[in-house]
Structure formats: structure tokens, C-alpha cells
Design a protein around this ligand. Structure first.
Ligand SMILES: Nc1ncnc2c1ncn2[C@@H]1O[C@H](COP(=O)(O)OP(=O)(O)O)[C@@H](O)[C@H]1O
Ligand SMILES: [Mg+2]
Length: 295
């Protein structure tokens, strides 16, 4: 793709703030290219499926948004190669990449609009002032959020190292291992009780730094063959203080806020307890909860 192709694509991206379908006159005005050339560029973008078109105009496709983020990383000299898909997540794909310093890393795209808005409600409070919530904006917001959480937690808590963020994409350190869900712990030469308490202690550190994971389960903990684990997947993390401020703004009582924090933390802990019960760990939810929230 030529510079001009990227330029047209970026203009469509920017104009999507105001249009669901960006009309041709707008593209002409913003790019200052003539219609014939724009039509030619649009044909290329269409061929690569980077845009969608309708009788109203043009809009960026999910793939187009991915391409813009990827291009930004390449232009900044961060990524030199992209490899296979590591996982197809609920809201985006994760790829193996090579950084310019030859280090392996992973690239995670957040694509909120692809599946319906499952976690939508919580984000909506952020987006309350926007009448039209575009998937573009929502996806970028969740990537920013995840990057911010990782930055706050790494390296104190065992989470991937945040490396770069652009639009709806984040680059983070690559971890070895598999999701707990896919591993039979009995096949590993590890002390399962120690692993359980190791994870609980990370949750406690997270809490002390002001966060609750919010989607903690055997799907979002990676473990390698030596039993080293890492907690991943933070877009829905709950920032304890921020939520408090938000609730206060909505004129809710501090007591209600407390219930919410307790609700989310206990839900995370319940998932862990349920998983580890299969391995003979029988701990009490309230006792673990107390252990985490008490200094
Ligand atoms: N830093 C990483 N290193 C290695 N694999 C990762 C990393 N981050 C994610 N993955 C893989 O990609 C999958 C999806 O990532 P995740 O952050 O959990 O997103 P989702 O919201 O889609 O579940 C994970 O279950 C894991 O297999
Ligand atoms: Mg996940």
C-alpha cells in the first residue's frame, strides 16, 4: 500500500467520529485529492477489505482498523514481523510478533463490536457523554484501559509486561505456558496448594494497588510446565478508587459501592475456589475475601 492509500484510510477513520458512513465529499475535502484518485485508492482499500461501502459512503472495517494500528507499530520501528495467531479471544485476536530488538512478544487486538456488547454495560458509564458509541471508540478505550492496568500492576503483580499501545491494539510481553483450563495440574510436578496461595497473593497485591481483575478464572491464568503462572486479560478490571468516585457522582451511598467491590472480588474468588476444589483445595470464600481486603 502507498502513502496515499493510508492517507485515505486515516481520513475515513477520523471522519467516523461524525459519520456512520463517510460520504465522498467529506473524503475529497479532507484528503485534498481529486475524486478520480480517491476512487482508485478506495478500490485498493476495498480489495484488501479494509473498508466497507454502502450507498451512503465508506467506513473502516475491523480489518482496516487492525491495519492502521499495525502500520503505526511498523512505522515506529517497533514490530518487524507478525506470526501466527495465538488465540482467538472473546473480543479480539492475539498474535505472535517479533520486536525490532528480536524479542518475541504478543499483539492483542480489542474488537468490541465483533461479538455483541457483552461487557457493554460497564463501559457505558465511561461513554455516557457520547450518544453514539462506535465500536471503534469502544475498542480503543478497552485497549487503553488494559494497557493502563498492566502499567500500574507490572512488575509488582505477575502480569504481562506492557510494551506499546496504539488505537485498539496492545503489545505485551510473551508468556510461556497454557491456560490453567487446558492444563492438568496433576501432570505437573508442583505443589498445588502453593500454586493456589500464590495466585491468591497476587490477587491481594492487585487489590492493594487498587484493582480487582473482574474476569478471573482458569481461562485467564497462564501456567508453564514449572508451575510459573501469570494473570492476563484486564480490560474489565475494576479500579477501586475510580469506581468509588463514579458512584459518588451518581449520588449513590458509599455503602452500595462497598457491596459492588465485594461482589466483583468474591465472584473472582469463587471462580478460583471452584477450579481448585477439583484438586482438593477446600478454602472458605469469606475467609479468603477477608485475607485479601485486610491489611
Ligand atoms: N502475553 C501473552 N503471552 C502469551 N499468550 C497470551 C498472552 N496474552 C494472551 N495470550 C493468549 O491469548 C488468549 C486470549 O487473550 P486474553 O487476554 O485472555 O483475551 P480475551 O479477552 O480474548 O480472553 C489467552 O487465553 C492466551 O492463550
Ligand atoms: Mg481471556
Amino acid at each position: 500500500m502507498k502513502e496515499e492509500d493510508w492517507r485515505v484510510l486515516k481520513i475515513i477513520e477520523i471522519s467516523m467520529r461524525y459519520y456512520e458512513w463517510v460520504p465522498m465529499p467529506e473524503i475529497i475535502k479532507k484528503t485534498k485529492l481529486d475524486k478520480k484518485e480517491i476512487l482508485y485508492r478506495l478500490k485498493i482499500l476495498d480489495k484488501f477489505k479494509l473498508i466497507n461501502r454502502s450507498s451512503y459512503g465508506y467506513r473502516l472495517s475491523h480489518r482496516g482498523y487492525d491495519a492502521l494500528a499495525l502500520n503505526a507499530f511498523v512505522k515506529k520501528g517497533i514490530i518487524t514481523a507478525i506470526g501466527g495467531k495465538l488465540g482467538v479471544g472473546k473480543e479480539g485476536d492475539v498474535y505472535n510478533i517479533l520486536l525490532s530488538n528480536n524479542r518475541e512478544a504478543v499483539l492483542k487486538f480489542h474488537n468490541l463490536g465483533r461479538t455483541c456488547f457483552t461487557r457493554g454495560k460497564r463501559y457505558r458509564s465511561y461513554l455516557a457523554d457520547k450518544r453514539h458509541i462506535s465500536w471503534l471508540y469502544a475498542s480503543r478505550l478497552t485497549a487503553e484501559k488494559e494497557f493502563e492496568v498492566l502499567t500500574d500492576l507490572f512488575p509488582i503483580v505477575k502480569v504481562p509486561e506492557p510494551i506499546e499501545q496504539n488505537r485498539h491494539a496492545i503489545i505485551m510481553g510473551k508468556l510461556k505456558g497454557d491456560e490453567l483450563k487446558r492444563v492438568d495440574l496433576k501432570q505437573l510436578d508442583i505443589d498445588i496448594n502453593k500454586l493456589f496461595w500464590g495466585i491468591i497473593n497476587e490477587v491481594k497485591k492487585m487489590y492493594e494497588l487498587g484493582y480487582i481483575h473482574g474476569d478471573l478464572s482458569e481461562f485467564n491464568i497462564l501456567i508453564d510446565e514449572d508451575g510459573n503462572f501469570t494473570i492476563i486479560d484486564f480490560p474489565q478490571a475494576i479500579k477501586i478508587k475510580e469506581d468509588k468516585d463514579e458512584k459518588l457522582k451518581l449520588n449513590k451511598l458509599p455503602g452500595e459501592f462497598k457491596v459492588d467491590i465485594e461482589f466483583y472480588l468474591k465472584r473472582d474468588l469463587e471462580n478460583l475456589l471452584r477450579y481448585f476444589k477439583k484438586y482438593g483445595i477446600n478454602e472458605n470464600l469469606d475467609a479468603i475475601y477477608k485475607y485479601i481486603v485486610e491489611k
